[in-house]
Write a protein that binds this ligand. Structure first.
Ligand code: TEU
Length: 566
């Protein structure tokens, strides 16, 4: 089975995340499609990618860009046909590559036939596929839980006079996993795709499927008093996931990653330890909340570098010691571009993009590359709310103004935090619309596409793209990158994140400068004497000149280096 220690081939792999709507349009519709992806597989193979994570292409009204599924077994015509999907699988297998698809079963679209049936009457056979509650005694909401997209988490249904739970958009109704039939439906739809040759699944907010059946009010005065503690890593979540592993993940030998919203290290150890037979690995988001003021996404503060390093250290050592496995990422379709957030998308764009990559790819876990990250694509720097598409951003632009901010203040926050920052079309070349489409792109291409695109970076041996290719190759070559024990080397340095990976016979050392100023870093006496003193070979760096090896290193602005000591 894919999760047995001896068969964990994916521990040396790199996953490439494809947001299909923005990857490549083959028809001129202005939105990306499956054929467009299939036509670019050579690019991904050349990069060294072994697993492609294709985000939802199922039938959907697109209120949440495909995460509102209206038919779990059909391809939405906007993305192509089932024949196109079958061709994609064939073409991946020809190249020795694997397909991971997105499974969204915490909720369905309210346009799904199940919901259309359920809403007809309280005794409809599908009623209990969803979570319905009577109004509170005062006629109000069943409890004070909040949607993750802003506003209440309950939507009133006039037909039956009850509310249904929707933790995300009002058109995304939470499925009732207490209902055995729902669990059977979920397993069956996964088997359907596994039978078609899919090699793995990314499981959308899968740690939210088990709700506290008392549905109690939360304490709204708490920073996370939005109800999440009553459905996050809920009472039966591990039971439900083990059931899926027994029915699907194990028998089909699938590689799986759980997207864990607001989770804990303890749960992620349980979710990803092979002997638990749940998932192969987990995404957690704690490192991407270090610029949330008071833990609130829509309140800005400069990112807390010390906290970022503390979290990396906690999760690296915690998961490794307990046998868990991290899914490593800086970017995805829900996050602003890390380059603009933690690097410098201006003067030091190339250096800082490479620095972020080296820092992440030297860690324990399986790295994920989100489309465009390998080019150093930045946030699109928009100044008009009409440029934005995302439902969450539109809701928050309204809500922030209801809270008393001016339109300009609200827009400044949206520019920093909007998920649209990562959803602008992939930049293939310097032709119009960056070669993404012959039509009008659904979301404007970033204005810097003439300088930042695949074609120009393929021509440059010192490009960010070349750097990613080398990192991906090193992970396959150097066992210490997969297995080495993580040991933090910098003690609260204001600009440097340095760590080692201790192997049986080799030591990997990664030193990264997260600032635009040259800075010195010194190894401790003990470490230098015990490990580093007998010379190191540079595996990869991001500046023409590499710092002279010694107990104290002078690291240039955004300098980042990976050495190995054998
Ligand atoms: O994301 C869930 C999630 O944690 C983020 O969407 C986050 O909650 C949100 O940005 C609020 O800050 C998954 C998918 O990745 C996302 O695209 C979907 O919108 C969401 O679930 C619902 O399916």
């Amino acid at each position: 089975m894919a999760n047995e220690p001896q068969q964990q081939w994916w521990r040396k792999s790199t996953v490439y995340q494809v947001y299909p709507k923005s990857f490549k349009d083959s028809t001129g519709s202005g939105t990306g499609d499956i054929k467009g992806l299939t036509g670019r597989l050579d690019y991904l193979q050349e990069l060294g990618i072994e697993i492609v994570w294709l985000q939802p292409v199922y039938v959907s009204p697109q209120n949440d860009n495909g995460y509102d599924v209206a038919d779990y077994r059909q391809i939405d015509p906007a993305f192509g046909t089932m024949e196109d999907f079958d061709e994609l699988i064939r073409e991946l297998k020809k190249r020795g590559m694997h397909l991971m698809t997105d499974i969204v079963v915490n909720h369905s679209s309210t346009e799904h036939p199940w919901f259309q049936e359920a809403r007809q009457s309280k005794d409809n056979p599908y009623r209990d596929y969803y979570i319905w509650r009577d109004p509170a005694p005062d006629g109000g909401l069943p409890n004070n839980w909040q949607s993750k997209f802003g506003g209440p988490a309950w939507q009133f249904d006039e037909t039956t006079g009850q509310y249904f739970l929707a933790l995300f958009d009002k058109t995304q109704a939470d499925l009732n996993w207490e209902n055995e039939q729902v669990r059977r439906e979920a397993a069956d739809l996964m088997i359907y795709w596994a039978e078609k040759g899919v090699d793995g699944f990314r499981m959308d907010v899968i740690n939210l499927i088990s709700k506290d059946q008392r549905f109690p009010d939360d304490d709204p005065s708490a920073s996370t008093g939005d109800g999440r503690k009553f459905y996050t890593d809920g009472p039966r979540v591990h039971e439900f996931i083990k059931e899926l592993h027994a029915k699907v993940f194990g028998p089909y030998n699938l590689v799986t990653v759980g997207e864990m919203s607001s989770t804990t290290l303890e749960h992620c150890i349980r979710y990803s330890k092979p002997e638990e037979r749940e998932f192969s690995m987990t995404f957690n988001f704690h490192h991407l909340k270090v610029d949330y003021k008071n833990g609130q996404k829509w309140e800005l503060k400069p990112y807390d570098f010390a906290e970022l390093k503390r979290l990396f250290t906690e999760w690296q050592t915690g998961m490794q010691q307990a046998g868990g496995w991290n899914a490593l990422f800086w970017n995805n379709h829900d996050q602003p571009r890390a380059l603009s957030r933690f690097g410098d998308d201006g003067e030091y764009r190339t250096e800082s993009a490479k620095m972020l990559a080296t820092t992440l790819h030297g860690l324990q876990g399986t790295p994920y590359v989100y489309q465009g990250e390998e080019l150093g694509m930045p946030n699109p720097d928009w100044h008009d709310i009409r440029e934005f598409n995302d439902i969450e951003s539109k809701n928050m632009y309204r809500i922030l103004q209801e809270r008393g901010l001016t339109g300009g203040q609200a827009l400044e926050i949206i520019r920093e935090r909007s998920r649209d920052n990562s959803r602008t079309p992939m930049q293939w070349d310097a032709s119009e619309h960056a070669g993404f489409t012959e039509g009008t792109p659904w979301l404007r291409v970033d204005r810097r596409y003439r300088q930042i695109n695949v074609q120009s970076e393929q021509a440059d041996p010192h490009s960010i793209l070349a750097h990613y290719k080398q990192l991906i190759k090193l992970r396959k070559q150097e066992q210490v990158i997969s297995d080495g024990l993580f040991v933090r080397l910098d003690e609260e340095h204001p600009h440097i994140f340095a760590y080692s990976r201790i192997g049986e016979t080799e030591t990997l050392i990664v030193v990264s400068n997260f600032s635009g100023t040259q800075t010195g870093f010194s190894f401790t006496e003990d470490f230098w004497a015990s490990r580093a003193g007998n010379g190191a070979r540079l595996l990869i760096g991001n500046t023409r000149q590499t710092p002279a090896w010694g107990k104290t290193l002078e690291i240039p602005p955004y300098g980042s280096y990976m050495w190995i000591i054998r």
